[in-house]
Ligand binder design. Structure first.
Ligand code: HEC
Length: 195
């Protein structure tokens, strides 16, 4: 080991740093040869024969696949009509009145409205059809204080449908002392059963 290098000093000096004229260490040389071989193989595969795809081609390929699968995917239909059987409406009421999603704290147990608008009348800001209601519950209106699913606690698709159906079932129940209509934003909407 000790005799491997003869440690002959070269006669130059950069700010006190001097240099031996030794052979390059073997591990370094092999690493260097490897990078040369790698570059050759890489160039052949990617640029000459085109056997392997460049990033741009990979990207285009993936975008094509995504576009094709988006086209073929059936649009997800959770349900087309509000549920109206007693068990589903009871499940919806449990969600509405429960502390997991907190709907009642802002809309009142009877839906008459408090912080949030009255959900029992014909006047709606964001649409009164089932689909709009489900979307609105799932996204919430965070800038107005309503988090996704009311409190941020996720509901399953089925629970979402149950609570939206329950909201629709409150229509025309005329709770006492409802929150006033906001004529600036709420518009008459009668199509409750539409989807
Ligand atoms: C922290 C208060 C709060 C909670 C909790 C809350 N909401 Fe709301 N909600 C609001 C407010 C405020 C709005 C009105 C948003 C706006 O002004 O655009 C609203 C709007 C809505 C709307 C749309 C009304 C319209 O006129 O278009 C629906 C439907 C609704 N909430 C249902 C629910 C349900 C169901 C829950 C429980 C899962 C819930 N909200 C929980 C405050 C709340």
């Amino acid at each position: 080991m000790a005799q491997k290098y003869d440690d002959k000093l070269l006669d130059h000096d950069a700010d006190g740093i001097q240099e031996f004229d030794n052979n390059l260490p073997r591990w370094w040389l092999y690493g260097f040869y490897f990078t040369i071989a790698f570059a050759v193989v890489y160039m052949i595969l990617y640029h000459i024969t085109g056997t392997s795809p460049l990033s741009k081609q990979e990207y285009d390929e993936e975008m094509k696949l995504a576009a094709a699968s988006a086209k073929n995917k059936p649009t997800k239909t959770v349900a087309v009509a509000p549920l109206n059987d007693a068990a589903s409406l009871a499940a919806g009421k449990t969600i509405f009145d429960g502390n997991n999603n907190l709907c009642y704290t802002c809309h009142r147990n009877d839906g008459g409205g408090l912080v949030g608008p009255n959900l029992t009348d014909d006047f709606w800001i964001h649409g009164c059809d089932l689909k709009s209601i489900m979307i609105n519950i799932s996204t919430g209106f965070p800038d107005k204080g309503m988090l996704a699913y009311g409190s941020g606690a996720k509901l399953s698709d089925e629970q979402l449908l149950q609570v939206a159906s329950y909201v629709i079932s409150l229509h025309d129940t005329h709770p006492p002392d409802p929150k006033a209509i906001d004529p600036e934003r709420e518009v008459k909407c009668e199509d409750h059963q539409e989807h």
